[in-house]
Design a protein around this ligand. Structure first.
Ligand code: CTP
Ligand code: CA
Length: 225
């Protein structure tokens, strides 16, 4: 049941969220990934559900339990995440792309475990598809919200990503600060949209998720009226 204590700002809306890292296989026993915990995406899924939404959570590998009121679709690689998101996006009103998608995948994944031989070895990587950009360039697209993980020039880079990817909103996340962001239980962000911005001071990801969902719901309603 949705929370009785929160405003039901997403009543009847369907929200698609990606969360966590992706893993890109090198061989049957090894992979390339990143430090994303999935906490921010799961907190957003929970907040959206508590505010009345029907939530689909496409999740890379995390240690987190499935939020009670979301439908979770587990995936491993960026390509699998793209397939799941493309299937689901058509019947969702809002897409929040919170996953830390690996930018590259291994060009030739070895069928057998790679044995050590030389003193150096290299692996050739190919660019992964951009899941968010793929959805945001569709003609009939959901309201698209991205994240921007930056260590420097945070606002400038985030704003560039919003424009290039054709987004309705972007949440700029300074990941150079070790107390917040990746793997932490707290975060501080600045949200940008085409004609405004709002900053949120450091707080628990669950509290921040509620603030972000309220803001997303408000901007979503404005673009529809
Ligand atoms: N994203 C995605 N698919 C990818 C890469 C990123 O959907 N293959 C999404 C992320 O979920 C996030 C946004 O795009 O919402 C920005 O991700 P980020 O890694 O900050 O930016 P990139 O566009 O990948 O650029 P770079 O890593 O070079 O800064
Ligand atoms: Ca990236």
């Amino acid at each position: 049941l949705p929370s009785l204590f929160l405003p039901q700002v997403l009543q009847g809306r369907r929200v698609l969220i990606t969360a966590g890292p992706t893993q890109e296989a090198i061989d049957p026993v090894r992979y390339i990934s990143n430090h994303s915990s999935g906490k921010m995406g799961y907190a957003l899924a929970e907040a959206a559900a508590n505010m009345g939404a029907q939530v689909t959570l496409v999740s890379g590998p995390t240690n987190l339990a499935e939020p009670v009121w979301s439908n979770r679709i587990p995936v491993t690689s960026a390509q699998q995440m793209l397939n799941a998101v493309e299937q689901a996006s058509h019947d969702h009103d809002i897409f929040i792309s919170c996953a830390a998608v690996a930018d590259y995948k291994v060009k030739d994944v070895a069928a057998e475990k790679i044995k050590k031989s030389q003193h150096q070895m290299s692996i050739q990587l190919d660019r992964n598809p951009d899941i968010l950009a793929t959805i945001a360039q569709q003609i009939e697209k959901p309201f698209c919200v991205g994240f921007a993980a930056e260590t420097n020039n945070v606002i400038e880079y985030a704003s560039g990503k919003m424009q290039r990817k054709n987004l309705d909103m972007i949440i700029a996340n300074d990941v150079s600060n070790k107390d917040i962001g990746f793997n932490s239980s707290q975060n501080a962000v600045t949200v940008l949209w085409p004609d405004g911005q709002q900053s949120f001071a450091q707080m628990d990801k669950s509290a921040l998720a509620e603030e972000l969902i309220r803001l997303i719901a408000k901007q979503f309603e404005q673009t529809r009226s």
